[in-house]
Design a protein around this ligand. Structure first.
Ligand SMILES: [Zn+2]
Ligand SMILES: [Zn+2]
Ligand SMILES: [Zn+2]
Length: 54
């Protein structure tokens, strides 16, 4: 297997997926269990724990 899907993640993120949306530059990322997820094609990249960006 050559893909690099991460973790159990059986859904696509979207406006109503239930995860908190986090603005990231010119797009929206999603907060999943304390980690920032960056939607990327048919999967998403896990950017790791979000810092306090208040
Ligand atoms: Zn989601
Ligand atoms: Zn994700
Ligand atoms: Zn992002």
């Amino acid at each position: 297997m050559s893909d690099h899907h991460h973790g159990p993640h059986p859904h696509e993120h979207g406006p109503n997926c239930g995860h908190e949306q986090v603005p990231h530059g010119d797009h929206i990322d999603y907060l999943v269990d304390g980690n920032l997820h960056h939607p990327h094609g048919d999967h998403c990249d896990d950017l790791g724990p979000i810092k306090d960006v208040s």
